[in-house]
Design a protein around this ligand. Sequence first.
Ligand code: ZN
Length: 185
Amino acid sequence: MSQADSELLERFVRAVASMVRLDSDHAATILRKLLSEKNGKGLSDEELEELTNIRQGEIRRILRLLYELRLASYRRGKHPETGATRYYWKLNLHTINNVLLSRKKSVLRNLELKLEYEENNQFYYCPLDGSRYTFDEAYEYDFQCPKCGSILEEDDRSEIKEVLRLVISRLRESIARDEERLARQ
Ligand SMILES: [Zn+2]
């Protein structure tokens, strides 16, 4: 998973965790431990406790949340020494990729709307106090700052628009790659 994808996933898990009043830092920590587990066996809540020093009760609530979101699943196994039943947790990469894809699409829609807004609107600012106005507002004030009376100047937003276009095109490429990958699974 790319760095950008795992950051997006982490933001999503943090947001959901705080919605259900779980500690979002702890949820992100558990997520990162599961993401870095490469041997395919999964991690038990006991192992997660050792790795993170988060209390087991809280770990279980976080795992339960990941399970309800279909981001993680578990298998039953036996403790290597005691033989007691253990649950080993793993991330569900197929669901995660779908979640990431739909998050990216909604981010893309927002950015496209933002760019459209920038392209269809002119902005003005006061050179003295920095206050900002849309064209309609500036027009209403006769292009004079309502706070200090300075003549408003047109704000050159080309740099922001350039950044938006760049981010949008990268995001579109990333979505196309994801869709191709998911189609092959
Ligand atoms: Zn002003």
